[in-house]
Design a protein around this ligand. Structure first.
Ligand SMILES: [Zn+2]
Length: 261
């Protein structure tokens, strides 16, 4: 499932389309998005793409006029910028035809995710309750948010209205790097631990972006390349274990990430 680093890579892909004019929008699967109904075909053609913005797992493409496209990638979505002569990817859901001999494809095998048009991105963010971006939030605001929450630390990190962009996968890596148990109640975290979680969050996300969100290229000290039950912990050599939190399966090292009282 695309998380902050993945969506940042899609944003970089969308940047290639900037300063070109959208000629037409074609949705291939009206069960997923109906471009005529949701205003994409009314507000985009003839407009130049001017700016991209990522907030959490959302990507916004601003036109030179009032409207912006808001994208969410669900479980399997991604963006691809390609020459018009190249083949249309399988599972394409939406095609943005550009005036520079290129196309921008929104591709997704599954129907989750969304493409919407909005006249006000700030309002869109408020309406969808998208919290501050994990790479934008300052250390003080992060600490205040943790202190105000009453949950386990992993549930906190993946709550998109408190802090946006982190999902099941990157939360596991951040907590592994900080050596914190995923179920550790936020109320029992000490200040140096919270500071460390913040620092690891920034480091993990920035490293992932630098490595193009390709876990095979992640450093040897990272959990993600071996995020599987029974795998060897890259730090202590112990066994990685599975843990269920709010119905989702995560992974951690019980030796490195013990729960403190
Ligand atoms: Zn370990």
């Amino acid at each position: 499932m695309p998380e902050l680093p993945d969506v940042e890579i899609f944003r970089q892909e969308a940047d290639k389309a900037l300063d070109s004019v959208v000629e037409s929008v074609d949705t291939t699967d009206t069960g997923f998005v109906d471009a005529a109904k949701n205003g994409l075909t009314r507000h985009l053609p003839g407009n130049k793409l001017k700016k991209t913005l990522r907030r959490g797992k959302y990507l916004f493409l601003f036109t030179e006029k009032k409207y912006a496209v808001a994208m969410h990638f669900g479980m399997t979505g991604y963006l691809q910028y390609a020459n018009k002569k190249s083949e249309t990817p399988k599972y394409v859901k939406c095609i943005f035809d550009l005036d520079n001999d290129h196309r921008l494809f929104y591709v997704s095998k599954r129907k989750l995710g969304s493409i919407e048009i909005t006249g006000n991105v700030d309002e869109f963010i408020r309406y969808h309750d998208i919290g501050p971006d994990a790479l934008e939030i300052g250390e003080k605001d992060f600490m205040d948010a943790i202190k105000n929450s009453r949950s386990g630390i992993k549930s906190f990190l993946t709550n998109q209205s408190l802090i946006s962009g982190i999902g099941n996968i990157y939360a596991d890596e951040i907590l592994f790097q900080a050596r914190i148990h995923p179920k550790q109640p936020t109320g029992r975290l000490k200040e140096p631990q919270i500071k460390d979680i913040y620092e690891q969050m920034v480091r993990v996300l920035e490293t992932a972006i630098e490595k193009h969100a390709d876990t095979d290229k992640f450093p040897d000290t990272f959990l993600l390349p071996r995020r599987k039950e029974g795998e060897e912990c890259p730090s202590c050599g112990g066994e990685i274990e599975k843990i269920r939190i709010s119905g989702r399966t995560g992974y951690y090292c019980p030796d490195c990430q013990s729960k403190s009282e």
